[in-house]
Ligand binder design. Structure first.
Ligand code: SF4
Ligand code: MG
Length: 334
């Protein structure tokens, strides 16, 4: 009932084209079997290094990129193979906020124009007066002076532009906002303001967020639950509290060691991961993280770990927890 979005085994593959010839067998597995649920009014943080498939996941859910397989249920309906006509009204209920709102704002359009355009998407019959009133209200909602309506995007600071980006998303009355690195381009002091604004709006409007960021420190402030992604897969998912108290996956541990004061009780040294994320065109066999994991053993190089339940609502995909996970499930069913 209170599940807004349910994603099941989502895969988004892209063919690799090599010059004139395309080898049909070769694909980039940008998203490779992602499953999660998002409740109404909840924020799920999606975190991982760049190139891990976070943005592709966000866009695939909204069908801005068509997924290869899997199912997406949104507001109780399976939208995966819905026709464009049937999907349109639902599609409005999902909005995206980008890292750089400037890139998505028409430089020749005033704020008034941009917001009226979005309002027109929500309700083409809206009267001119109503539209003007709504623009004022939207600007107020995101903490901007209504007098800014006549200005152009270049007249605003990065933080203000992000507020306009948020206002434009809200104009369509969404229930879900996919926020893709919404504060990554902003100064740290401004980041906090935008995160606070998003939290405020969530409380007032009952919004759900999929909050994508490479920065666990940012995700921490806003998320109820956090999913850690590595090379197209979710490797750990838990409540924020559980994840910070007891990070299980070695990749989560490494990400967390880079967050200042993330957890004062754990070892303080920063875990520096060797090398970059491998290419998603060439995902390592077995555990995709084994090339960078200091705990890797033979099984990690051959067998892909499946997600196991380590404690209630805390899933991890790592061989270190295979037995513990099973023990836990055993205890529960006894
Ligand atoms: Fe490391 Fe093995 Fe766990 Fe992968 S499965 S994270 S390689 S210990
Ligand atoms: Mg991205």
């Amino acid at each position: 009932r209170d599940i807004l979005l349910s994603v099941n085994d989502l895969k988004t593959y892209f063919p690799i084209s090599k010059g004139l010839f395309r080898n049909r067998d070769e694909v980039i597995k940008a998203v490779d079997g992602v499953s999660f649920q998002l409740r109404k009014g909840e924020t799920l943080g999606l975190v991982g290094e760049s190139g891990c498939g976070k943005s592709t996941t966000g866009r695939s859910i909204m069908r801005l990129i068509e997924p290869t397989s899997g199912t997406i249920e949104f507001e109780g309906q399976n939208i995966t193979e819905m026709s464009a006509t049937r999907f349109r009204p639902l599609r409005k209920r999902m909005q995206i906020v980008f890292q750089d709102p400037y890139a998505s704002l028409n430089p020749r359009m005033t704020v008034q124009g941009a917001l009226e355009e979005a309002l027109g998407v929500r309700d083409p019959q809206m009267s001119a007066k109503e539209r003007r009133d709504q623009v004022k209200e939207l600007l107020q909602m995101v903490g901007l002076n209504a007098q800014y309506a006549t200005r152009f995007p270049h007249e605003f600071s990065g933080g203000q532009r992000q507020r306009i980006g948020i206002a434009r998303a809200l104009a369509v009355e969404p229930s879900l906002i996919v926020a893709d690195e919404p504060v990554s381009a902003l100064d740290v002091s401004i980041q906090a303001q935008i995160v606070n604004l998003l939290q405020d709006l969530q409380q007032r409007l009952g919004l759900s967020y999929l909050f994508i960021s490479h920065d666990l420190g940012v995700v921490r402030h806003i998320s109820d639950r956090i999913a850690v992604m590595y090379l197209g897969r979710i490797v750990e998912i838990a409540s924020k509290k559980d994840l910070f108290l007891r990070p299980l996956h070695p990749y989560t541990e490494a990400l967390m060691s880079a967050v200042p004061k993330a957890n004062p009780f754990r070892k303080k040294e920063r875990i520096v991961l060797s090398g970059d994320v491998p290419s998603p065109a060439n995902v390592p066999v077995g555990c995709a993280f084994h090339t960078r994991c200091s705990y890797a053993t033979e099984i990690c190089r051959t067998v892909r770990p499946v997600a196991t339940l380590a404690s209630p609502q805390h899933y991890v995909a790592c061989h270190l927890y295979g037995i513990e996970g099973m023990k836990y499930i055993e205890n529960r069913t006894n």
